[in-house]
Design a protein around this ligand. Structure first.
Ligand code: ZN
Length: 79
C-alpha cells in the first residue's frame, strides 16, 4: 500500500482528524504523547485501519481499509 501525505485538520464538530489518500482518521486516544487515529468508518463499517503519531509525525500505520476512500475532504473540512 502506498502512503500519501497526511493532512491534519478538524471535522465540522471540532474533532481533530487526519486525511490520507482520501481516507479520514479520527483522533482516538493519547498515550504518553503517542496518538492513535482510527479510520472514521471503524464503527459503521468495522474498518481496522489505524495511524499512530508522535508530535504529528506518523510512526506507525496500518492502511488496510475494507472500503473505498471517502474523498469528501474539501479545503480542510470534512463533509
Ligand atoms: Zn478505513
Amino acid at each position: 500500500m502506498q502512503s500519501g501525505t497526511p493532512e491534519f485538520g478538524y471535522s465540522k464538530r471540532g474533532r481533530r482528524l487526519i486525511v490520507m489518500n482520501g481516507y479520514s482518521f479520527y483522533h482516538k486516544k493519547d498515550h504518553n504523547g503517542k496518538v492513535r487515529w482510527q479510520c472514521s468508518t471503524h464503527s459503521s463499517k468495522g474498518c481496522k485501519a489505524v495511524i499512530h503519531t508522535i508530535d504529528d509525525v506518523i510512526v506507525f500505520s496500518k492502511l488496510n481499509h475494507s472500503h473505498a476512500p471517502t474523498k469528501n475532504w474539501i479545503r480542510g473540512e470534512l463533509f
